[in-house]
Ligand binder design. Structure first.
Ligand SMILES: [Zn+2]
Length: 383
């Protein structure tokens, strides 16, 4: 599925999800992560109210130029990207949340008790049909990664991408060439699927799932006949354990945080911006400002939010544009623009020709079937 965009309004569930749930074998990890969050919170509280902690000014200017100069200085070795639905909209993947064009507006035909049920794990286990019908409609694959996706691939190729934390489930980061290791798919992915039986958990790949979805089969496990579900995070499910373990390792080591195409409203993803060190510059590329601390909470000393233009601003930069335009502008300042455009062109051509090949294979297969079927019943012409 593609629409892959961010799974919508999981707010309530996610606020609880870092807490361990019963039956989770990873509960100690998550407990630790939750404890860490508390520690961070206390640390932030003390540092902002008592002026503890260092907050060096790393950027010589709070602009895209300043960020580019920092990247080119060679001091910026670990970049973390945090991305959301906004980086995939130019690929034609609609944002779940946009009213009217969003996903929920189109769900009536599935006769759901309420729209969110389609992503609720308990409902899914009893009634998987609506989810798979929707998955077929929104299947990833007919979409191509965007300039922004390839910009992240360039960061990887240049050896300065620490990790990409994505809220999207469209797998476009992988299509663009990021590998499992480079990625934290915070809301899961369509790339792999698992048997839902707790005792079995057999893994299935994307091709297997695609075949089931397109033949209108409800995917069942070969081994135990339980349902098989793509590894996207449903309501009522925990975020992947790797999300919690990696964020503890990655964020303190981050030299530059680039936040793209997300309004930073879904927790716990949104709170990641406050996990980098106090001197780590943060660049937001988005159609609107996001991630700013609630002014009231700010007064109380609960800091950590973005600060682009107060007189205390020292490290946050907002580039208000589409993600593609923002990445192109940054690439231009870095002297990488031609390279980025060439990469996009090459990759899109490759994907198009691959698509064509697949389609012609399918056509040939269908034609072969049709002709072999028509051989027998055809009346003899010569007598
Ligand atoms: Zn199974």
């Amino acid at each position: 599925m593609s629409d892959a965009s961010e799974l919508p309004e999981r707010k309530e569930e996610e606020e609880v999800s870092p807490e361990p749930e019963e039956q989770s074998d990873d509960s100690s990890e998550e407990e630790e992560a939750a404890g860490d969050t508390e520690m961070d919170f206390l640390r932030n509280l003390f540092s902002s109210t008592l002026g503890l902690g260092s907050a060096d000014k790393v950027l010589d200017d709070l602009t895209l130029d300043g960020v580019a100069r920092y990247i080119n200085s060679g001091k910026c070795k670990n970049i973390i990207c945090m991305v959301g639905a906004g980086i995939s909209t130019s690929a034609g993947i609609p944002d779940f949340r946009s009213p009217g064009t969003g996903l929920y507006a189109n769900l009536q035909k599935y006769n759901l008790p309420y729209p969110e049920a389609i992503f609720q794990i308990d409902y899914f286990k009893k009634h998987p049909e609506p989810f798979f019908a929707l998955a077929k409609e929104l299947y990833p694959g007919q979409f191509k990664p965007t300039i922004c996706h390839y910009f992240m691939k360039m960061l990887k190729d240049k050896g300065i991408l620490k990790r990409c934390y994505t809220q999207n489930i469209d797998t476009l980061e992988r299509v663009a060439g990021l590998e499992g290791e480079d990625l934290i798919e915070a809301h899961g992915t369509f790339y792999t699927s698992h048997c839902v039986s707790f005792c079995c958990r057999k893994e299935y790949n994307l091709d297997w799932m695609k075949e089931k979805i397109f033949s209108d089969d409800i995917p069942k496990c070969d081994k135990c006949s339980s349902l098989v579900k793509p590894d996207i995070v449903f309501f009522g499910e925990n975020l992947p354990v790797r999300f919690f373990t990696s964020m503890k390792m990655d964020f303190p080591r981050c030299d530059l945080l680039i936040v793209m195409g997300t309004s930073l409203q879904v927790q716990p993803f949104a709170s990641l911006v406050s996990r980098v060190s106090k001197s780590c510059p943060r660049l937001l590329i988005n159609m609107e400002r996001a991630g700013q601390a609630d002014p009231l909470l700010g007064l109380l000393g609960f800091g950590g939010g973005m600060d682009f233009d107060s007189d205390k601003a020292y490290r946050d930069v907002a580039q208000i544009s589409t993600c593609d335009d923002g990445c192109l502008a940054l690439a231009d300042l870095l002297g990488w623009k031609a390279e980025l455009e060439e990469l996009v062109k090459q990759e899109h051509t490759r994907i198009d020709s691959q698509d064509k090949k697949e389609r012609s294979c399918e056509k040939k297969e269908a034609a072969a079937k049709a002709s072999s079927a028509s051989v027998a019943p055809e009346p003899k012409e010569e007598e």
